[in-house]
Design a protein around this ligand. Structure first.
Ligand SMILES: CC(C)(COP(=O)(O)OP(=O)(O)OC[C@H]1O[C@@H](n2cnc3c(N)ncnc32)[C@H](O)[C@@H]1OP(=O)(O)O)[C@@H](O)C(=O)NCCC(=O)NCCS
Length: 187
């Protein structure tokens, strides 16, 4: 798929929010209620949320721009991004990969890996030695994706979607020795 990974522009908050709301249900378990998904989207994935992330010096919003935006990643750095000790993350300091979402027609295309590499490059640029994330316990595709790219399961955290609290697996990626690419030209 032809696409280019780059930082989102300040005027793209609405476009990234649309992408985020469209793809968030893909990461949810099949029995997740529409109300809970809507609550989460309204509480975390609106234009104003992404406008704030785009203005946050401790955040990077990356997009894959092809025929429109096909995927995005959201990474947090700095003290607010540090994992709790009970998550078992060994990298320190570690950045937090909060989101890595790709439209379904680009799954299996390599777009997600390019976003992952660009997210890792932002962490390295901020002096982090690794990244961590949490993933839904039924999101087997995502877990396989992270594992095949060198991420390791370290522990668990709680993640609230609407009225439901999930026990999400936590994964980490150590940057030492990683072959990182930032923005790319795509193929
Ligand atoms: C997670 C995501 C970014 C991964 O990107 P992708 O392009 O789909 O990933 P890939 O196709 O490279 O890898 C997925 C792997 O999972 C495997 N897989 C697919 N369905 C699976 C399942 N039900 N159980 C186990 N493995 C599965 C695929 O076969 C592939 O492994 P392989 O390359 O060894 O064959 C993408 O699927 C996505 O955006 N999903 C929706 C949003 C999401 O869940 N984001 C992550 C939130 S933490």
């Amino acid at each position: 798929m032809e696409c280019h990974v780059r930082p989102a522009r300040p005027d793209e908050a609405a476009a990234v929010a649309e992408l985020a709301s469209a793809t968030f249900p893909l990461a949810c378990p099949a029995d997740m209620g529409e109300d809970d998904i809507r609550d989460y989207s309204e509480g975390h994935l609106t234009e104003s949320h992404f406008a704030a992330h785009l203005a946050d010096p401790d955040a990077d919003v990356l997009v894959c721009d092809g025929d429109g935006l096909v995927g995005y990643a959201l990474v947090f750095h700095g003290e607010g991004a540090r994992p709790s000790p009970e998550f078992g993350v060994t990298a320190a300091p570690a950045s937090f990969l909060s989101k890595c979402y790709v439209r379904p027609d680009a799954h299996g295309s390599g777009v997600a890996k390019r976003l992952l590499d660009a997210a890792a490059a932002t962490a390295a640029a901020r002096g982090s030695t690794g990244l961590w994330l949490n993933v839904n316990y039924e999101n087997f595709r995502a877990m396989r994706f992270y594992e095949k790219h060198g991420w390791r399961h370290t522990g668990y955290t709680e993640f609230k979607v609407g009225q439901r609290v999930h026990r999400d697996p936590v994964y980490e990626f150590r940057l030492h020795g990683a072959d990182l690419r930032g923005e790319d030209s795509g193929t």
